[in-house]
Design a protein around this ligand. Structure first.
Ligand code: ZN
Length: 281
């Protein structure tokens, strides 16, 4: 447990943070309409789709998966269009689950914390507030529990009892060049991840900001636990990123357009976030 932001930077004389490759892997999608993604709606009632991602950070000696996605059965239950199994698809990046050292769960919603039982060796990193939220008084209310799956939450509790989980309270360093930051709002225990790459620190916002428009226009999604904390989270993202082009929202289809695929074979499936975007915001 670590409350000190000072521990997440390199000290004088240190060799500097490790550098990671960073990928977004798109595994599902859904067609919606623009007003459903902004609190108070939107005057433009036009189609707007939402993509589902997991993110992989890899250095010379460390592999970290950020969120674990959902599986085909959950896609059917929640009526999402399932494009590929996100864990099997890691094979496209020559990664298998047993090679993943750390799994960071940004929060426990079904689209971020499914598949948690498929990583035999990984250590899981969660915020204190998220476990308390997902197992506490607010889950009495359907509005807050709807995006959670009780079998996943209880499965994560079992992981705690198996000694597989590391809890964080605020800012923490997972490894050199890899830090997490609490930004409650969408959920009480939401965290985002900062990854040191060849183009500097990249902020994987996950659902601190679903779309670019949420943080750029300070317009929260309607599905929020706390509106004030959500908007404060947008400020935190900007504070932790060198430029807005270093912030990667959690569900925006624009991510696939802005960034390049590592190879023609991975076009439309994987993009590199550690290389500068081809389109700037
Ligand atoms: Zn989400």
């Amino acid at each position: 447990m670590n409350r000190s932001a000072g521990n997440v930077t390199s000290g004088p004389g240190s060799p500097g943070p490790a550098t990671y490759e960073l990928f977004a892997l798109r595994y599902a999608t859904r067609n919606g309409r623009r007003p459903e993604f902004f609190l108070g709606g939107d005057p433009h009632d036009v189609p707007m789709s939402i993509d589902y991602f997991v993110w992989l950070a890899r250095s010379a000696d460390h592999v970290c998966l950020i969120d674990t996605g959902f599986n085909q059965a959950m896609a059917g239950k929640r009526r999402r269009e399932f494009l590929r199994d996100p864990i099997d698809a890691l094979d496209l990046l020559e990664v298998t689950p047993d090679l993943i050292d750390d799994v960071i769960l940004t929060h426990f919603h079904y689209d971020h914390a499914g598949n948690f039982d498929r990583f035999p060796k990984s250590r899981f990193h969660v915020q204190d507030h998220e476990m308390a939220f997902a197992t506490g008084r607010h889950m009495v209310h359907r509005v807050f529990r709807a995006p959670y799956e009780v079998d996943e939450v209880t499965g994560l509790v079992r992981m705690v009892y198996d000694g597989r989980v590391t809890f964080h309270d605020g800012d923490a360093e997972i490894a050199s060049g890899l830090t997490v930051h609490h930004a409650g709002g969408h959920t009480a225990g939401m965290q985002f991840v900062r990854v040191h790459t060849a183009r500097g620190w990249v902020v994987v916002a996950s659902d601190v900001s679903h779309f670019y428009a949420n943080f750029q226009e300070n317009r929260p999604l309607p599905q929020v636990f706390h509106v004030g904390d959500t908007v404060e989270g947008y400020r935190r993202l900007r504070e932790m990123a060198p430029t807005e082009d270093h912030i990667v929202p959690g569900h925006d289809p624009l991510v696939m357009q802005k960034y390049s695929s590592p190879s023609a074979r991975l076009e439309g499936i994987v993009v590199r976030l550690d290389a500068a975007p081809r389109v700037t915001t």
